[in-house]
Design a protein around this ligand. Sequence first.
Ligand code: AHR
Length: 295
Amino acid sequence: MGVSQLGSESRWRTANTESVQTVFTQQNGYFLIINNARQKQENQIKAIRSFISQRVDYIVFAPVVETGWDTVLQEAKEAGIPVILMDRTVDVEDRSLYMTCVGSDFVKEGENAGHWLEDDLWRQGRYDEVINIVVLKGTEGSSSQIGRTRGFSSVVAKHPNWNILDQAYADFTSAKGKEVMESLLKKYQDIDVVVSQNDDMTFGAIEAIRESGRTVGVDGDITVISFDAAYDALKMVAEGTINVDIECNPNQADYISDVIGMIENGQEVEKQYYVEEHIFTLDNVTEAVLRERNY
Ligand code: AHR
C-alpha cells in the first residue's frame, strides 16, 4: 500500500496520518509505504510514480490541490493499480482515473457554518443588522478550501446584510493565520465575525485579535467560527472562546480499509464516501466528548 500524505500543516493532518499508520499495519495484512509531500504537488506526483514502479496493490493519496493529476493518475490506471483518494478530492476529466474517494463533505461543512451563524444572529436579535465578516481560507485550490468557501458563500448569498469584508488565504497554519489576521485587524476596525477554515489558523487568529485589544467568543467583540474540532479547539469552545467548531473527521483509514475489503471481495464501490461529522458549541462539548477526542 503506497500512501502519499500531502503534508503536516495541522493537528488534523497529524491525526489523519496516525489513522493511516494505525490501520494499515502488517498485523492487519498491509505493508505500508508512506510519503510526506510537504505541501508540494510535484512531491506527490513523484511519490505516486515511485509507488507505481514498486508495483503496490493500492495507492491512497490526499491531494494537496484539486487540479493537475490527470497524467499521473492515467499512469496508475495503465499499471492497473486502484487509486483511493483520502480526505480531499481531485478535479479530473475522466473520473475512472480513481476508484473512490473517502473524505468529508466540505460544502456541507461550509453550509453548516452559515446556518449556525443565521441561528446565532437570530438568538442575539441581530438578524437584520449589518454583519461584517472576514474569512481565513485554507490552502488555495484544495478541496477543503473550495468546498467550505462554496458552502458558506451559498448562505451568505441569502443575507444582503452579511458583508464579507475580506477573504484571505492562510494555508491552514497557525503562523499564517496570525499573520493574516493581524493585517485584517489593521485594515478593518469593525469585524463582527471571523470564519477560519481550520483550527490551527483559528489559534493564530485568536492570538492576533487578543493582542489587538479585542475579545473573542460567546461574550466577546468578535464571533469565531472554526473547522476541524481538534481537542485544543474544543476546550476553547467549552470555555466560550470559539463560538462554534464544525467537525472534520480525520479518522478515515478505517473507512478506507472497509472499502478495500469490498474491492477485494469483488463488490461494487461508490465514487464518494463521506465520514461522519458533528457541530460543536458550548452546549454539547461534554467531558466525554473531550475524553474521546484523539486529535
Ligand atoms: O482537508 C482537510 C483540512 O486540511 C483540515 O481542515 C485542515 O486542518 C487540514 O490541514
